[in-house]
Design a protein around this ligand. Structure first.
Ligand code: ZN
Length: 340
């Protein structure tokens, strides 16, 4: 009988050592301790034994039972631990692993690119950025810029009034007044920002658009300084081969006033649809600051001189990128914007 117990012990230990799955433990349990189990069968034979033998066998069977149950429990715990390790391995997240698809990157709006090109060109020429409010006093937008109440250029139809004295600025020129009132000349400012006009939206008009004003105040400035500044500025934005010319014009706040044309960047001056066959494209308005404006801000026009120019960021963007309709520039259509 002792041999039989030893055989059961060795066989069970072998099975436990080779076991791959937790459910096999249950099968082994049945094989040993179930109704038809091997140890159960041995216990059944005990009735035929003498008292001493029975006690001895009972003790040995119990000892083996405890021993095997402990071994099986240990194995069960091992299976549990292994299962948990596998789950952790499967659920592990490697945060350094490369993504499955590339992340779409945003990019700058073509108007922002144009603005930055212009801004950087002017900063390179010694200009500083000056910011003014979009909601302005009528005085700064018109009166102090030499546009008194009865001036014909001051068309009520074009202006968004908030009340008699306050409006949405129609140009960036009121920044000139704020600069003159707050800074001691000489200075060079570039004044960017949105401006507002009562306008129907079409291919070349928008009720809100972006302008950049350049304003230089110093002693002994003349038209040649203005032309030289604009030449350098236009070349920095459009390239070295672009030619410019001044054409007489009229603005109430400059005297003399001019429009600056540049040679057509599409046809190089030969004549095309964009320049209407002339080889020239109108790019900005400019002039020597009207002495009245300097006087209105407390500067002596005999001592101080100034010039100014204003350029539409949408217009420059249209020319730089060949965009035929400014609505594309102000509407945020991704199909359009992703082309830049
Ligand atoms: Zn052309």
């Amino acid at each position: 009988m002792e041999n039989e117990l030893q055989r059961i012990r060795e066989e069970a230990q072998k099975k436990l050592a080779a076991m791959q799955e937790e459910c096999d433990l249950n099968a082994l349990q049945q094989q040993l301790f179930g109704k038809a189990g091997e140890l159960t069968a041995i216990l059944r034979t005990m009735g035929k034994l003498g008292k001493e033998e029975r006690a001895q066998l009972g003790a040995n069977v119990n000892k083996l039972k405890q021993e095997l149950e402990a071994a099986m429990e240990e194995r069960r715990a091992e299976f549990k631990r292994r299962a948990q390790e596998l789950r952790f391995e499967k659920e592990a997240l490697d945060v350094t692993e490369a993504g499955v698809s590339p992340v779409a990157m945003g990019h700058l709006h073509p108007m922002t690119k144009t603005y930055r090109t212009i801004r950087d060109a002017l900063i390179g020429m010694g200009f500083q950025v000056f910011d003014g409010p979009e909601i302005e006093l009528d005085d700064n937008n018109f009166t102090l810029l030499n546009l008194p109440l009865d001036h014909p250029a001051r068309d009520m139809q074009d202006t968004f009034y908030i009340n008699d004295k306050v409006l949405l600025r129609t140009h960036t020129s009121p920044c000139e007044i704020r600069a003159l009132q707050n800074f001691k000349p000489p200075f060079r400012f570039l004044m960017p920002g949105r401006v507002f006009r009562v306008d129907e939206v079409d291919a070349s008009h928008s009720p809100v658009f972006m302008q950049i004003e350049g304003f230089v105040v110093d002693k002994n400035l003349n038209l040649a300084n203005l032309k030289g500044t604009l030449d350098a500025f236009i070349r920095a934005v459009f390239g070295e081969n672009v030619k410019t010319r001044l054409r007489p014009s009229y603005f109430p706040f400059t005297e003399p006033s001019a429009e600056l044309d540049m040679s057509c960047t599409i046809c190089g001056g030969k004549g095309c649809r964009v320049c209407k066959g002339t080889g020239w494209i109108e790019i900005l308005g400019c002039g020597m600051t009207n002495p009245h404006e300097l006087e209105n801000c407390g500067l002596d026009p005999k001592e101080w001189s100034a010039f100014a120019f204003g350029v539409g960021v949408d217009r420059v963007t249209s020319l730089k990128y060949g965009i035929s309709d400014i609505r594309y520039e102000y509407e945020n259509d991704a199909r359009f914007l992703t082309q830049f």
